[in-house]
Ligand binder design. Structure first.
Ligand SMILES: Cc1ncc(COP(=O)(O)O)c(C=O)c1O
Length: 407
């Protein structure tokens, strides 16, 4: 089933939020996606039929809950071509990155004291590294972006050296939509023995992500940006690294044995999942992935690209629009823009009066905004249930916003 406008309209019917808010033009999928019936029902069904704590039960109900939780892990693993033991359930992508930024201190070789990021990172892939830098006296370096909003690969070659401890970068920029050449950067890092983390929060929901192909040591994403519930995220790590790393959260559920003085930690993945996990959240995320997989991520990427082409063409006709876009070949379903002379917050508020939901501001990328010399942008971001009609209504609202400001 190739997604076209009719199919997108049909898929939209799977999402009760649109039935309950028939006027809503939802273009803030980069912040969080809406939830289909089957995901909402999975959460309800879990609590109504299967609820019990995992790992600690000798009774049937607990074993069923455990089986569902472990099955969810297998589904997530398969989706990104990892092994189940390499999938750690966290609260969100931010939690996953923080966890790595703590835990890798135990495996960074002597003499490596630089962290390489890029100028387009979300604060969630910046502040945890700043904190590691404060704690350990490490230095932060940033791969520059070029004026066409792509990464400067020459600069990457120069900044990643034998002194680098880790390179951590986003796969897709949540502000610009740029798809970064992560395989190439991982290759540069690997040739120098440098650890790598890919923030795949904006890519996993929208395009094929294969950890075997990318080759990074770690990869993170959030469930709520891919139809799943809030409160569940994923940390993928290569088995041999996770085995070597010290855990970063301690307590029940992550041990083999405990004495008053010390403890022996559990094997993967429990070693990194202290305390009761978000069991229903993980099970519902797996349901979301099953649904996405049925539609097909390549299919989703292709449809979002078609919508993007249509949006850019339509916006250009409005006039006085500044686009922060890398070009259609390298972009995902995210578009940042400004209307000349009107603050992004004002634009978003007026768009809201026409029931169009978009994000405006710095998008948790203050250093990027500084680099671009602007306080912020308006950002429209798609998912597969968006249609040409959504874009027409959005562009019409942009025109009216412009008129309101006498432009
Ligand atoms: C690229 C990127 N990384 C990380 C995050 C943080 O995600 P979460 O708030 O779900 O932890 C976001 C959220 O917008 C993002 O877009």
């Amino acid at each position: 089933m190739i997604i076209n406008n009719d199919v997108a309209k049909k898929l939209k019917k799977d999402f009760p939020i649109f039935k309950n808010n028939p006027k809503l033009i939802y273009l803030d999928n980069g912040a969080t996606t809406q939830k289909p019936n089957r995901v909402i029902n999975t959460i309800k069904e879990f609590y109504e039929k299967y609820n019990a704590n995992v790992a600690r039960g000798f009774y049937k109900q607990s074993q069923i809950a455990m089986e569902q939780y472990q099955n969810a892990r297998r589904i997530v693993a398969k989706f990104i071509n990892a092994e189940a033991e390499e999938i750690i359930f966290t609260h969100n992508a931010t939690d996953s990155i923080n966890s790595v930024a703590y835990a890798i201190e135990s495996i960074i070789p002597e003499g490596r004291d630089e962290i390489v990021l890029t100028e387009m990172e979300h604060h969630s892939n910046l502040i945890p590294w700043q904190q590691l830098a404060f704690r350990s006296g490490f230095k932060l370096k940033f791969i520059k972006i070029k004026d066409d909003f792509t990464l400067d690969l020459q600069d990457a070659q120069e900044k990643i050296t034998k002194k680098t401890a880790i390179v951590s970068l986003t796969h897709v920029s949540n502000s610009l939509g740029t798809i970064n050449p992560v395989e190439e950067i991982v290759k540069i890092a690997k040739s120098l023995g440098v650890l790598t983390l890919i923030d795949a929060t904006q890519s996993v929901p929208h395009m094929k992500v294969d950890v075997g192909k990318i080759g990074s040591d770690f990869l993170v994403f959030s469930g709520h940006k891919m139809l799943g519930p809030t409160g569940v995220g994923v940390l993928y790590g290569k088995r041999e690294l996770l085995e070597k790393m010290q855990p970063f959260n301690f307590g029940g559920g992550m041990i083999k044995s405990v004495s008053k003085e010390s403890s022996e930690f559990a094997d993967l993945p429990e070693k990194f999942e202290a305390g009761t996990p978000n069991i229903a959240g993980a099970v519902a995320l797996a349901e979301a992935i099953t649904y996405i997989d049925k539609i097909g991520v390549d299919n989703i990427h292709r449809w979002e690209s078609e919508l993007m082409k249509y949006l850019i063409e339509s916006l250009k006709k409005v006039g006085d629009i500044v686009l922060y876009n890398v070009g259609l070949k390298n972009t995902s379903g995210i578009l940042s823009f400004n209307i000349k002379g009107i603050h992004a917050h004002d634009v978003a508020s007026i768009l809201d009066s026409y029931d169009v939901a978009v994000r405006a501001g710095h998008h948790c990328c203050m250093p990027l905004m500084k680099r671009l010399g602007i306080p912020g942008t308006v950002r429209a971001s798609f998912y597969f249930y968006n249609t040409y009609e959504d874009i027409d209504k959005f562009v019409e609202a942009v025109k009216k916003t412009k008129e309101k400001f006498g432009r």
